[in-house]
Design a protein. Sequence first.
Length: 184
Amino acid sequence: MKDETLTVITSNQGKYREYKKRLGDHYEEVEMSNVGYPEIQASRLEEVVDFALEKLATHSPLVIDDSGLFVDALGGFPGVYSAYVMNTIGCDGILSLMEDRDRREARFECVIGYIGEERKKFKGTAEGTIIEEQRGSKGFGYDPIFSPKGYEKTYAEMTSQEKNEISHRGRSMEKFLDFVRTTE
Ligand code: ITT
C-alpha cells in the first residue's frame, strides 16, 4: 500500500480529514475526490453503498463512505436521511425533536465501500447519547450533539485522532485496514 494513492470519494471535508489522519501512514497519499457517486434512497446504508460500488468506474484503490445517525426515541430517524436532515433542520432541529425526552440513546453507523483488488464493505457502529445542548467546535455534522458511550465529551470536543479511536468511522477503518493488510 505504501506506494499507492488511496482516493476518498466524498464531498465532506470532515470525513476526508478522518481518513487522512488514520490511513495517511499506510498509503503514499490519501486524496479527496469530489466527483460524486450514484446514491439511491434506500432503507439501509449497505444498499446505498452496494449500488454505488456497482456503478463506480474502477480507478482503484478508492473508498466511499455512507454514514448516518440513528436516534432510538425517533424510531431510528434521521438514519438514511441524515444528509437531508442536516441540510434542513440541522443539529438544532434534532435537539428540538428530543426536547423533554428521557431516552436519549443513539448510534452512528458508517459503511465504507472499497474498490481495490476486490469490492468490499466494512461497517462500524458507535453507541452514545444525544446531549441537550450543542458542545464543541471540532469535527462536523452531528458531532456537537453526540456523546459516545463512556465519555462526557461530544465528538466535537475531540481531536480527529481521539474520535477515530472510538468512532463508527474509526471502527470501519480498522476493519478496512485489517483487510488490506491481508492482501499485501
Ligand atoms: P458524501 O456522501 O459526499 O461522502 P455527506 O456529508 O453527504 O458526504 P453522508 O450522506 O454519509 O455524507 O452523511 C450523512 C450526514 O451525516 C451528513 O450530514 C454528515 O455531515 C453526517 N455525518 C456523517 N458522518 C458523521 C460523523 O462522523 N459525525 C457527525 N456527523 C456525521
